[in-house]
Design a protein around this ligand. Structure first.
Ligand code: COA
Length: 186
């Protein structure tokens, strides 16, 4: 069971099967689907990975949350923390690290939902999960996500051939995150 993560603005709770339609609408948007799902539809029976039910026992505190504004039932995004096993096939130095992946409703983007969400995930990963380093991977043409990831403080590790595009890989250390002067309000 994932903990509920709350900030002054946002409420993140464990994603459930009942959230599939809302999440599917966000994930099906061309800008999201192109980079997160290689332009393929997201079938209901494949969603378990994103809902965390595919995690090994050791990863039971990893999975997918739905993002809402506090007090508002509308789902405005998804936020996952999973082992970077897939990414490590392309950049072995990411093996064993935990990787966040966000998908914010395109109509809600550029309003700092992403940075507030990632701050909640990073606080959880570096806090209760005691991670020392987080991984991130972004397709090279995904310029909004590159700027978002780098602005958050992730440091470029490598650019490697990915499944479709060149893949930019990143890490963020606990020490670097703790030193961010704007850690909670970037
Ligand atoms: C990447 C993503 C999560 C950013 O979410 P968001 O809520 O729009 O991001 P924020 O509003 O918190 O933006 C924070 C900063 O990121 C950068 N950024 C975000 N979106 C950007 C865009 N479209 N173009 C340029 N910079 C962008 C900016 O520096 C921005 O700060 P600013 O608005 O003060 O300039 C969102 O665009 C998304 O869901 N994309 C589709 C899925 C995806 O590619 N996920 C991979 C990332 S894990």
């Amino acid at each position: 069971m994932l903990p509920t993560l709350v900030s002054t603005r946002l409420h993140l709770s464990q994603a459930a099967d009942a959230d599939f339609d809302s999440l599917s609408a966000i994930w099906s948007h061309p800008d999201v689907r192109h980079f997160l799902f290689a332009d393929r539809p997201v079938p209901r029976d494949h969603v378990s990975v994103f809902l965390g039910s595919g995690n090994a026992e050791e990863d039971e505190r990893l999975g997918t949350w739905v993002v809402r504004f506090r007090g508002d039932p509308e789902i405005v995004g998804s936020a996952s923390l999973i082992r970077a096993s897939s990414s490590a096939r392309f950049e072995p130095r990411l093996a064993g690290l935990v990787e966040p992946t966000l998908a914010i409703d395109p109509s809600k983007q550029r309003h700092r939902v992403g940075v507030d969400t990632l701050t909640l995930l990073a606080d959880y990963a570096f806090g209760p999960l005691r991670q020392l380093q987080l991984a991130a991977t972004v397709d090279a043409p995904n310029e909004p996500a590159i700027r978002f990831t780098e602005r958050f403080g992730f440091a470029l590790l490598s650019t490697v051939p990915g499944p479709i595009h060149q893949l930019r890989t990143y890490t963020l250390s606990q020490a670097a995150y703790a030193q961010r002067s704007d850690g909670r309000a970037a």
